[in-house]
Design a protein around this ligand. Structure first.
Ligand code: CTP
Ligand code: MG
Length: 230
């Protein structure tokens, strides 16, 4: 059983409001995408790595990863799930049904190598797979929508976790789950939700809560700080 890596990087980073997609913003003079990819590739024995890129991407050739023989690219799609599926299709013929695929957001450069190693070792014998996740820390309110949202109740957070990446599933099962969801126009925001929809319930492996997804402008300084402390 081999391990494969997919790092979706075809987004445009609308919420980041930068002059380029956020994965091409720099921290310590390196593209975020390069920090993410080199961390993962240096931390586990991946057989190969597929990076779906936006059809309009013209930054990739300037990346360190473009010169990394371990990395291949394909064209992504309009939603994250389409990009991941395009990468799975590009790996067809290389990966076998039972191989593991780890999917990790390009915009999460702070992922820790110990978390990656723990995810892989804890799930390697599992039939379905799972994902890194962290318990919710804030008090959560269920609201009645309106011009000003009004609380209807405080939700018990003891059973609520935040989904992180990497998410690790079997190649064949993940490809089928994502294709089915896209075909049925079922909303999928991560690989886990596609697996859940197919009735295969993923396992959560607790990961560090500082594995942040760079999303809004203030996240950039935060990620820089987290990386400087690791
Ligand atoms: N992604 C992708 N293909 C898409 C959309 C997103 O490969 N069609 C990737 C992004 O590049 C990112 C990851 O999925 O690495 C997580 O998505 P998100 O944080 O939402 O990034 P963007 O979609 O780029 O940002 P935004 O939603 O603010 O536009
Ligand atoms: Mg997005």
């Amino acid at each position: 059983v081999d391990l494969w890596l997919i790092v979706p990087a075809a987004g445009i980073g609308q919420r980041m409001k930068a002059e380029c997609p956020k994965q091409y913003l720099k921290i310590n003079n390196r593209f975020i995408l390069d920090i993410t990819l080199s961390r993962l590739l240096d931390s586990a024995p991946f057989k190969g790595c597929m990076v779906p890129l936006n059809a309009q991407d013209h930054w990739w050739p300037d990346s360190e990863s473009a010169r990394d023989a371990r990395v291949q690219t394909c064209t992504g799609g309009s939603e994250r799930a389409d990009s991941v599926l395009s990468a799975l299709v590009a790996l067809e013929g290389l990966a076998t049904e039972d191989d593991w695929v780890l999917v990790h957001d390009a915009a999460r450069p702070c992922v820790h190598r110990e978390d990656l190693a723990r995810l892989i070792s804890m799930l390697s014998e599992h039939p379905v797979g799972g994902l890194l996740a962290a318990p919710v820390a804030d008090t959560l309110k269920l609201v009645e929508a309106g011009p000003l949202p009004v609380v209807s109740e405080t939700v018990d957070r003891s059973q609520l976790w935040r989904a992180l990446t990497p998410q690790m599933f079997r190649f064949g099962a993940l490809k089928k789950a994502l294709s089915d969801c896209l075909e049925k126009a079922q909303t999928v925001t991560d690989e886990s939700s596609a697996m859940e929809f197919s009735g295969n319930m993923p396992v959560l492996v607790e990961g560090r809560p500082d594995n942040l997804k760079i999303t809004v402008p203030s996240d950039l300084a935060l990620a820089e700080f987290i990386l400087s402390r690791q």
